[in-house]
Ligand binder design. Sequence first.
Ligand SMILES: Nc1ncnc2c1ncn2[C@@H]1O[C@H](COP(=O)(O)OP(=O)(O)OP(=O)(O)O)[C@@H](O)[C@H]1O
Ligand SMILES: [Mg+2]
Length: 246
Amino acid sequence: MDLIRVEDVSYNIDKIRIIEDASFQVQRNEFISIIGPSGCGKSTLLRIIAGLIQPSHGKVTYVGQKIAKPRKEISFVFQDFGLLPWLTNIENVKIGLSGLDISEEEKTYRASALLSKFKLDGFENSYPNILSGGMKQRVGIARAVAAGPTVLLMDEPFSALDELTANTLRADITYMLRSKDIPVGAVIMVTHNVEEAVELSDKIVVMSNKPSRVKAVKGISMKYPRNRHGREFIETVDEIYKALIG
Ligand SMILES: Nc1ncnc2c1ncn2[C@@H]1O[C@H](COP(=O)(O)OP(=O)(O)OP(=O)(O)O)[C@@H](O)[C@H]1O
Ligand SMILES: [Mg+2]
């Protein structure tokens, strides 16, 4: 059974149609990217999948069940990190554990182990404001995966970072996801970066603009890690660009 099914989803704001008839499926162990022009409705679609907003038509299901509200199996990573500045880094990660029926001591232990896994030893009790962008996003991702979600939704998780930091974090996170060091069932990432999508994804969903439709769904079977300078990589990037502008 599909882990996530997006079925004929349309979304209107006032009377304006933002998303029209979007459909695609996500299997267990897939890394999916949704790519499309700025403002086309990618974040809106991700928020619908998260159960934060409801589609105007159509539905999204999680293992066959309609997603009517946020559920603990599906978590979210924000472009701007979404950390609470008045909480320490470990307290921010513990938010991700708040739904679990475990002791405070156990939460602290798990959150501390996660911060260590994300190379943030020694920053447990400081606040997000002293962290670099890359470190902030490590806290954001640690929080999102803390409770062991089945589906990880990421909205442009690397786009607020400089390219060097983004490269390192991208490599670290995808290695952790693929090696199941972070045990997540599937990832859906929104991006407008074609190279990033081709580097990371098993499948790319290409969206159009005004209203946003699924223009193409392209499976990518190149093995990992992918070489950005290889012929197949460059050809695939070309193909996605053509699908985007065509
Ligand atoms: N609450 C709202 N009220 C009015 N318009 C909205 C609202 N939320 C989103 N929109 C509009 O819906 C469209 C889609 O927005 P959305 O943020 O989903 O796009 P996006 O593809 O994520 O854009 P970006 O690439 O800039 O992040 C945009 O044109 C935006 O202006
Ligand atoms: Mg967006």
